[in-house]
Design a protein around this ligand. Structure first.
Ligand code: NAI
Length: 339
């Protein structure tokens, strides 16, 4: 196969970013079509990126025989229905996290993927493609820090982008499902274990919309893995400085830490406020390299007829299930087992 032809759905905060990458920065890939319900946005992005085919109907895009793969960056509640449509049209699928907004949807996605073993299926847990996280995983797997005892993961989104986040919140599935899935994925990935129990707490410290949605704007959870390892996560939508993600992996013979501060480069600014390093302003800039690498991996899998080795639909279900249990634990105040 010479070039992989991709159709991408959703042109919002992240969909536009993926579309730009697919159109210009992924060797061996052509962004052949885009789909969005908002026609003026669709036309503007097609013109800007030079995308030849546009659709407002997702199934119509999937029926295009020239397309090899579909990238799904639509609202989370649409993911599973779109995975089904795409795979039933014989298309390889990359789907953003979370896999679905409830466990039943995730189980449905598993059946669809199982029915199409010839098609690539990849999930958008892009932190795994970030060079620092990939290097930490390599060292953990090589036994450099011994047995993993604890994974501590903290995700802080900036207040400066809250306007776009508030628009997205009603269809996000809530903070545990929307943000904490990344941390839960890291806990499973680094410990090499499924999650057995979760205990979650949180609250609304600022944004009334979160209260109206019975959601949190700051949340934390303790996690016990099946192999005995421990996890702790914290997610925050009210961070002052920018996008900050920190992860610490504590082993019996060493500790690995990634991004103890969210510094975007080595520059130090010294002025009347003191000396400081600048943060990544948003998640797009923090994860730019990882977003590119995951799309490169997806298109390479299509070209070479391979499948992601350890990033499967079952990871999507396991992480989503743990996130739903965190939400229930927050609501009931109880530590809950994963069913
Ligand atoms: P958004 O709300 O900004 O954009 C959604 C887009 O989908 C809009 O362009 C909307 O017009 C379009 N859309 C809605 N219904 C549609 C339909 N039926 N057919 C075609 N287009 C439709 O959302 P955002 O922030 O871009 O998130 C999209 C997905 O990406 C979500 O599942 C989210 O969880 C995920 N995401 C993942 C991130 C990561 O760190 N990996 C970061 C941000 C989002």
């Amino acid at each position: 196969m010479e070039s992989v032809k991709i159709g991408s759905v959703g042109l919002g905060r992240l969909g536009y970013e993926h579309a730009k990458n697919l159109a210009a920065s992924i060797p061996g890939c052509v962004l052949h079509a885009i789909c969005n319900v908002d026609t003026s946005r669709l036309r503007a992005v097609a013109e800007e990126l030079g995308v030849p085919h546009t659709y407002t109907d997702f199934a119509a895009m999937c029926a295009d025989p020239e397309l090899d793969g579909i990238v799904i960056v639509s609202p989370s509640f649409l993911h599973v229905e779109q995975i089904k449509i795409a795979m039933e049209h014989g298309k390889h699928v990359f789907c953003e996290k979370p896999l679905g907004t409830n466990v039943a949807q995730c189980k449905e996605a598993e059946k669809v993927v199982e029915a199409h073993p010839e098609l690539v299926f990849q999930l958008g847990f892009m932190r795994r493609f970030d060079p620092s996280y990939a290097e930490a995983k390599r060292r953990v797997d090589a036994g450099e820090i011994g047995k993993v005892v604890l994974v501590r993961s903290c995700t802080q989104d900036p207040r400066s982008t809250i306007e776009s986040t508030l628009k997205f919140l009603p269809h996000s599935g809530g903070q545990f499902l929307d943000m904490c899935v990344h941390d839960l994925d890291l806990i499973r990935w680094f410990t090499g274990s499924n999650i057995r129990n979760v205990w979650a707490i949180g609250g609304v410290f600022e944004f009334d919309l979160c209260r109206e949605l019975h959601d949190t704007d700051n949340a934390a959870a303790m996690v016990q893995c099946e192999n005995g390892a421990m996890g702790f996560l914290f997610a925050n939508r009210t961070h002052a400085a920018g996008c900050n993600v920190e992860t610490e992996i504590v082993g019996t013979h060493g500790t690995l830490r990634i991004a103890p501060v969210g510094a975007r480069n080595l520059l130090q600014v010294v002025d009347e406020h003191g000396a400081r390093q600048e943060y990544y302003p948003d998640f797009m800039s923090r994860w730019h390299t990882a977003f590119l690498a995951e799309m490169q991996a997806f298109t390479d899998h299509i070209r070479t007829g391979t499948h992601p080795a350890d990033l499967t639909v079952y990871d999507g279900t396991a992480v989503s299930e743990a996130a739903y249990r965190c939400k229930e634990s927050f609501e009931t105040g109880k530590m809950l087992p994963i069913r």
